[in-house]
Design a protein around this ligand. Structure first.
Ligand SMILES: [Zn+2]
Length: 72
């Protein structure tokens, strides 16, 4: 079996890696992978845009330019 990081023969002490370094590399990759989940950048837009709760709550049903069909 070869080290998944550098393809060198694995060391029983660091299975399935060949060394402590490669184990750390794999761990860091794994952690970064969890932070950067593809297809889930949704939350940021809502935070960036003001929800406008109390400003036009009365006439929000008639005029809502913020919720237009296509916003370009
Ligand atoms: Zn390695």
């Amino acid at each position: 079996m070869a080290c998944p990081i550098c393809s060198k023969p694995t060391d029983p002490k660091f299975t399935p890696f060949c060394s402590r370094r490669c184990a750390d590399v794999d761990l860091s990759r794994w952690l970064k992978g969890t932070y950067a989940i593809p297809g889930a950048p949704a939350g940021e837009e809502d935070e960036a845009r003001p929800s406008g709760g109390g400003e036009s709550s009365e006439s929000s049903g008639l005029r809502s330019p913020d919720k237009g069909m296509d916003r370009e």
